[in-house]
Design a protein around this ligand. Structure first.
Ligand code: BTN
Length: 319
């Protein structure tokens, strides 16, 4: 919260704003102001600090520098093209439109803020300015629509690997929620276009809570961010770099060798349950012990009477 207000004050001024002025306007301690300046810097804002003068916001375009990110990806041989906009209703909606218009594979639509972000099952997804990653990537895999669930699991494995590279300990909650310390840090939405059963484009929308400091009350028990877990701000650019590099690599693997090549990675991060879980699927509830996933991505649940249910899509209740 305070970081946003601090940013607002800095934006309103073309010269230095003293720490004293920020702390009195926002009724914050000088230490709190300093912490907010540090988190804004970690988000990519270029803020100069000069003794006896205060703080100056130098280059706002540095929020998530698409150019720097692009250069780093180019150097690493990840052939994506970043299409970044500060504010969009939804990167997913824009990427779906671009895909329909013929945009090439590996076009990456990103934004610093989404005003109408979309989650799975028609739920809303919030992306406040500068705190999270909101990215939608266009793929054009040679695949049948029935393989879509495994493409989504591949994306989940890639996100988990990317976060592990950044020294987090992610877990995947079937099918594709990424958790840290048992709370959701990332959601993935996969949408497709195609004819008959052939996929012409697959758009993967990934939302990662990077520097979110606080969640609305109803989400506090179930959501977290990288910064909350680390106890310090995390660079969005660094996160985007690891995410895109991993996603590209795993999707290539998926296209060349199928989901069987990625499945061990998904399994490595999968949340394991000792107690029965309940899965809600089309308003039906099935309870059982989780036995793992099949090569087509379906979840296997063994009910109390010994019958094994194969579940194509749904949500595991609770964590
Ligand atoms: C979920 O319900 O868990 C999936 C959330 C997916 C959110 C991402 S953020 C980037 C992209 N744009 C959207 O509007 N949604 C996806």
């Amino acid at each position: 919260m305070g970081a946003e207000e601090t940013l607002k004050l800095l934006r309103q001024s073309s010269t230095y704003v003293s720490g004293e002025k920020i702390s009195s306007s926002l009724k914050l301690s000088r230490t709190a102001v300093w912490k907010h300046i540090q988190s804004l810097r970690a988000m990519g804002y270029d803020i100069k600090a000069v003794r006896n003068r205060g703080y100056l916001l130098v280059d706002e375009t540095a929020v998530l520098s698409p150019d720097k990110l692009q250069a780093r990806l180019d150097e690493a041989g990840v052939p994506v093209t970043i299409d970044h906009t500060p504010s969009l209703p939804s990167t997913q909606t824009k990427a779906m439109r671009l895909a329909a218009e013929g945009a090439p594979a590996y076009t990456v639509v990103s934004a610093d803020e989404q005003t109408g972000g979309r989650g799975r099952l028609g739920r809303p997804w919030s992306t406040p300015f500068g705190t999270a990653l909101a990215i939608s990537i266009i793929f054009r895999p040679e695949m049948d629509m029935r393989e879509a669930p495994t493409a989504t699991l591949t994306a989940a494995a890639a996100v988990a690997e990317a976060l592990e590279e950044m020294n987090f300990r992610p877990q995947i909650k079937w099918p594709n929620d990424i958790l840290l310390n048992g709370k959701k840090v990332c959601g993935i939405l996969t949408e497709m276009q195609g004819e008959a059963s052939r996929v012409s484009s697959l758009v993967m929308g990934i939302g990662i809570n990077v520097n979110t400091e606080q969640f609305p009350e109803q989400l506090q028990e179930i959501a977290t961010s990288l910064a909350i877990v680390r106890g310090a701000p995390v660079s969005r650019e660094e996160t985007a770099f690891h995410l895109l590099a991993e996603l590209y690599e795993r999707m290539i693997q998926f296209q060349l060798d199928g989901f069987q090549a990625v499945r061990p990675l998904w399994g490595k991060h999968a949340l394991s349950y000792t107690k029965p879980v309940t899965v809600v699927q089309n308003r039906q509830r099935v309870t059982g012990i989780m036995k793992g996933i099949e090569t087509d991505g379906t979840l296997l649940l063994e009910a109390e009477d010994g019958t094994v249910h194969s579940i194509v899509s749904g949500d595991i209740e609770g964590i």
